[in-house]
Write a protein that binds this ligand. Structure first.
Ligand SMILES: Cc1cc2nc3c(=O)[nH]c(=O)nc-3n(C[C@H](O)[C@H](O)[C@H](O)COP(=O)(O)OP(=O)(O)OC[C@H]3O[C@@H](n4cnc5c(N)ncnc54)[C@H](O)[C@@H]3O)c2cc1C
Length: 479
């Protein structure tokens, strides 16, 4: 496509849209290579960090190499998660009731089956088949108990950003495989294993800011329009202010990119195929909360603080001494009741003392969607970033945000100062996803297919066959 020539001289070298982890990582990389460049970040919200939330903690596993390197770069050493040595119990609704055991059994088998099939769905092979069942149908077809169904429906929504009935099986498997697999996502969103490292989001943002004093960051500044000229890009914000730059990094998820007006329109080759009309449906919100109490009430009752309720989805864990961190998934209409709902659920499990936290902090964001093929190439001067939009080894995780941010920075430098980009920067390091290492044995694959439906069906089939043979044999010997 031939882009028109613009008539202005761009005021900036690089404009970064979005001050989430990927946007901040881009800024840091650009400055570390060339500190004289004029860089600006514009952020729609009133705080930095985006999905990192406020005053919370994030977990990092050993696989997220880019994130661990990044932490070293900003002089932040992650510490091991607090461990209760397995003495204390988790408090999950999945563990309660008479059906807990069979529900957990069938869920375990289902997760095993999906994880074993996942290596076939590498993100590079992202291929939308027609007439493939959606995840809600797939889950209901394979799982019998509502507990196990709810667990999986929630997980699909968290991973893809839209309800399970809008996500095709193929899409879910491809997205999940690029996130490091189903078990990895369960660890990050629900189980919070003590083998992981813990990072305070507040320290993370503070340390990043310390390293980049020469960057202008404008908060409450939402980009609404992007005009792409041959010699620069012009971004207009909500207050009709114009920002012109030689290169623009859009460090925002794809559902937010779809809300921008592009002039000229994004060529089809850059629009990732999407399974449904995301963006036309009402959005889902995620509120991250942080509750501080005088003491760990849950520990006195024998619980570790790891909490999970499926309807509505509320998950949490003890992130610091006597402090619960977690999140709730909800619609915009439920926004005002989040605190009450969370306290109701916690007090029902841990007692009335939970109703009076000493401190309550929360931050609400729209859930990022990741149900499309990840972006890889920039569109001339417009460079895509964000952990959910771009192809990385740890999609939808902090490692993915950092990897996509650093790669976007290198691409932007290539546009504005190609002489500072070394071959090493250009080398696209893509460590293998843990899924690629998995060797799937035939027997394991077959066994993983067993669920309550097909085991019951085949048992009745075999019993029926034996009964018929017996009947035939009895008749034959009687005559
Ligand atoms: C509850 C929860 C728990 C998580 N736990 C972990 C964990 O333990 N470990 C882990 O590795 N990962 C975890 N993650 C994932 C991790 O936090 C994210 O992958 C990462 O923070 C995403 O960063 P990002 O920069 O790609 O996107 P975002 O954080 O979404 O940043 C995008 C930014 O762009 C801004 N923006 C959007 N539109 C515009 C616009 N038009 N103009 C200007 N600005 C705009 C937004 O306000 C936002 O600040 C978790 C995520 C959630 C939701």
């Amino acid at each position: 496509m031939d882009l028109p020539f613009g008539t202005q001289t761009p005021e900036l070298d690089v404009l970064i849209v979005g001050a989430g982890l990927s946007g901040l990582a881009s800024a840091l990389k650009i400055l570390s290579k060339e500190s004289t460049l004029k860089v600006r970040i514009i952020e729609a919200g009133d705080r930095l960090g985006g999905q990192l939330g406020q005053n919370g903690t994030r977990l990092v596993d050993g696989e997220q190499k880019d994130m661990l390197d990044f932490l070293t770069l900003i002089q932040l050493s992650p510490r091991r998660r607090r461990s209760d040595n397995g003495r204390l119990l988790r408090c999950w609704d999945l563990d309660r009731g008479l059906t807990a055991l069979p529900a957990k059994f069938e869920l375990g088998r289902y997760i095993e089956m999906l994880d074993l099939r996942m290596p076939k769905f590498r993100s590079k092979r992202f291929n939308l088949r027609e007439r493939v069942s959606n995840m809600e149908q797939h889950i209901c077809h394979h799982l019998f108990f509502s507990k196990s169904r709810n667990f999986m429906l929630n997980l699909v929504e968290l991973v893809c950003g839209v309800p399970a009935n809008e996500v095709d099986y193929d899409v879910f498997m491809s997205v999940c495989s690029s996130c490091g697999g189903l078990k990895t996502m369960i660890d990050f969103y629900f189980t919070y294993p003590s083998s992981f490292y813990e990072v305070s989001t507040q320290h993370l943002i503070e340390n990043i800011l310390e390293q980049m004093q020469f960057i202008t960051i404008t908060l409450n500044c939402r980009a609404v329009k992007v005009e792409h000229f041959k010699n620069y890009v012009q971004v207009t914000d909500e207050l009709a202010q114009k920002h012109t730059a030689q290169a623009v990094i859009l460090a925002i998820p794809w559902n937010k990119v779809q809300k921008l007006e592009f002039e000229p329109r994004i060529p089809k080759t850059f629009v990732p195929p999407s399974a449904t009309k995301a963006g036309q449906k009402p959005c889902r919100l995620i509120t991250q909360f942080h509750l501080r109490y005088g003491k760990s009430v849950w520990a006195e009752l024998g619980y570790s603080g790891n909490f999970l309720s499926s309807r509505p989805l509320v998950s949490g864990h003890e992130c610091r001494m006597s402090t619960l961190c977690g999140y709730m998934l909800h619609s915009p209409e439920e926004q005002d009741d989040v605190l009450e709902d969370v306290l109701d659920l916690l007090s029902a499990q841990f007692g009335e003392e939970m109703r009076q936290p000493l401190e309550w902090q929360s931050s609400t964001d729209e859930l990022n969607t990741a149900m499309h093929k990840p972006q890889t190439k920039p569109w001339h001067r417009i460079i895509w970033s964000s952990s959910s939009a771009v192809g990385t080894s740890y999609r939808s995780l902090m490692g993915g945000a950092v990897q996509s941010g650093v790669r976007a920075a290198v691409n932007a430098l290539f546009v504005v100062r190609p002489q500072v980009v070394s071959w090493k920067d250009m080398l696209d390091e893509r460590p293998k996803s843990p899924n690629e290492e998995v060797r799937t044995g035939r027997l394991r694959g077959l066994l993983s297919r067993l669920n309550l439906y097909n085991v019951t069906f085949y048992s009745f089939f075999v019993l029926g066959l034996i009964w018929l043979l017996n009947l035939g044999y009895a008749r034959a010997s009687a005559s």
